[in-house]
Design a protein around this ligand. Sequence first.
Ligand code: CP3
Length: 331
Amino acid sequence: MLQKTPIWFMRQAGRYLPEYKEIRKKEKNFLDLCFSPELAAKISLQPIVRFNFDFIILFCDILVIPHALNQKVQFKPNHGPLLNPISSIHDLDYRNIRANLQKLSPVFETVSILRQQKKEKKLIGFCGGPFTVMNYMIEGGSSKEHKKIKAFIKREAKEAINLIRIITEMSIEYLKLQIDYGVDYVKIFESWAGLLEAKEYYKFIIEPNKEISESIRKYSRKTKIIHFPRGSKSEYMNFIQDVYCDVIAIDNDFPEKLIDVAKEKKITIQGNLNPIDLVRGGQNLENKTKEILKKFKENNHIFNLSHGVLPETPIDNVHKVKTIIDKNEIT
Ligand code: CP3
């Protein structure tokens, strides 16, 4: 049987697409866009209409969880997210998770619209990894050095555990609702996993992600789980050992033995073209794409990037990769 490697790109809906920018410029507030079901569904489908990718990812953001916990979240143009930093769970409104999740009901409406329109495509819902969400909540936005979060988990370990528990519980309930409304996959974006190692990695990355996986598996066996503990380096091995994954998404720095272990454990590998190669294009892009197909040819593999599509990405380069993938039929 001929089989093509499935493909989609992290951040496949976004600012490299003129049709996204057209909608975006009419809406001042990014979160309002996430909470407009018709528009959010339309944006989620834009990369499918243009490139015919195999997966649709819900258009939303990981920072809707702090928003639902009553932390102020804004997105400033050319600056990224801006949150009123918190220092304790008492700065949040966390005692009634149901009421918190009610604030996210437009997101479930978006899932519902997409479920009706997805045809043969798979629909991915998502949330942030608990540590990554906590990082933005404590730092108050994007950060280079992550000083506040590092100090917080060291000096106020108990408080950090309390906070990550709340985020984990919210994330589980949030994903369950996305499943109820029709997603086929859930992805947990632990984008800042690479900040930690050893004991801290275990406590703040493995444990919360494991709790999410176990709860989702109990809730729905047919939902597939994608984990993305970005930057984990050698910890990727501990991660797949301890956390149930149907799919492990990887960046560019991972241990080679992961390829064999994933095969043994029947874990699909997702990745891992560097988004910069996608921006640059040319012969290098073709070579890199083919190298990746070769590297994972013995694995179950979903072609993707090692991080999100960059806004300056030329659209022709995305078409080019899609064409190479389509021509590469594995028997
Ligand atoms: O992948 C998709 O197409 C689906 C939508 C999606 C967005 N954010 C839309 C978005 C997804 C899956 C995310 C996840 C997300 N958000 C992550 C995890 C993945 C990663 O990139 O590490 C993180 C860390 C965030 C937090 C976030 N949201 C940041 C740091 C920023 C600003 C920087 C940036 O990349 O733009 C955002 C804003 C954001 N989220 C935009 C989009 C399309 C751009 C906002 C705009 O249009 O002005």
